[in-house]
Ligand binder design. Structure first.
Ligand code: ATP
Length: 316
């Protein structure tokens, strides 16, 4: 067989580990595999190289993606995707493995509907895709955020401050919820679990009176301007508040062991599914079992409220 593999959308730690697993497994079974540069953009530009076993040496531990990634607006156009498909056909590539988040899965679905044999591997720090309990990169980003919260807690309690930490996550709340629980946050704000801002400020004012030394608020991006919120809390509650936006630091770093294992499991599984002729699916791990489901079904799964959220009030 001839495989193509690409990484697309926002980079996530563990993408390299997934590439390594895909490349090594394909070669293990005697197949050829092309690495496509910069996501769907490389498919359009016919920017691909035949990969050898040694091309992925040392990749297990490296953050980012050695193939590069991109957000390609052109790929949304049908005629551009037709060009991309011709580039696959020119090299007789029979199976395409894409590694990325929900946008990457939507791109995969567009190709599937045009007859391409695609398998999608979920890799995004946001953990906002169905079809798997965890996406590649989530646990590494979570570790980075928790380290940040622990450090901010030290300085907050020394100065008797409240700290707001803004996480990534887009529409998904998992990064904030898991990090909030790990960091002992008093409030967690996500799109799925909104807080009553006035009530929160009243509570903080009460805590300030009672002499609490610090409080932590973790918020998903794009809900509040966290600097304005810090100012408002300071003014109205008397609890001096500072906001920290963790930003792109959450995307980098060596993948933690959970992400290395997950990337390896899903990479091997994707190649083996292709060899069985199973396409049009996304792979995942649910309750420690490898699973696959139609990409179209994965995309229509709704991101429910996390049951973990219910813990927050009880322990704050
Ligand atoms: P992350 O969740 O980490 O940001 P992502 O995979 O969701 O990663 P996006 O930029 O949303 O990142 O998507 C990656 C690429 O997938 C887009 O740049 C685009 O090329 C392609 N894509 C997204 N939606 C579609 C679609 N509806 N049809 C065709 N291609 C799409």
């Amino acid at each position: 067989m001839r495989f193509g593999v690409l990484t697309s959308g926002g980079d996530a730690p563990g993408m390299n580990a997934a590439l390594r697993a895909v490349v090594r497994t394909a070669i293990h079974y005697g197949h050829h595999i092309y690495g496509i540069k910069n996501g769907y953009q490389g498919l359009i530009e016919n920017d691909m190289v035949l990969l050898l076993r040694e091309d992925v040496s040392g990749m297990l531990t490296k953050g980012g993606t050695f193939l590069g990634t991109a957000r390609s607006k052109d790929f949304l156009k049908l005629e551009v995707r037709e060009l991309a498909i011709r580039n696959l056909q020119k090299r007789n590539i029979d199976a395409l493995i894409v590694i990325g988040g929900d946008g990457t899965f939507r791109g995969a679905q567009a190709l599937i509907e045009m007859g391409v044999n695609v398998i999608a591997i979920p890799a995004t720090i946001d953990n906002d895709l169905g079809g798997t309990d965890f996406t590649i990169g989530f646990n590494t980003a979570l570790n980075t955020i928790v380290e940040g919260i622990d450090k901010l807690r030290d300085t907050s309690s020394s100065h008797q401050r409240c700290s707001i930490i803004e996480t990534m996550g887009r529409e998904g709340g998992d990064l904030a919820i898991y990090a909030g629980i790990c960091g002992g946050a008093e409030f967690i704000i996500t799109k799925q679990h909104s807080v009553d801002k006035d009530k929160m400020i009243q509570t903080l004012a009460q805590w300030k009176k009672e002499g609490r030394r610090q409080a932590i608020i973790v918020a998903t991006e794009n809900i509040f301007n966290v600097h304005d919120l810090a100012e408002e809390i300071t003014q109205k509650s008397g609890f001096a508040t500072r906001a920290t936006v963790l930003g792109y630091i959450q995307r980098g770093g060596a993948p933690v062991p959970q992400d290395r294992v997950l990337a390896t499991q899903l990479g091997v599984y994707a190649v083996e599914l292709a060899m069985e002729g199973i396409y049009g699916v996304g792979v995942g791990v649910r309750q420690e079992t490898l699973v696959n489901a139609k990409v179209v079904d994965i995309l229509s799964e709704v991101d429910d409220r996390s049951p973990l959220y219910e813990l927050v009030d009880k322990v704050s």
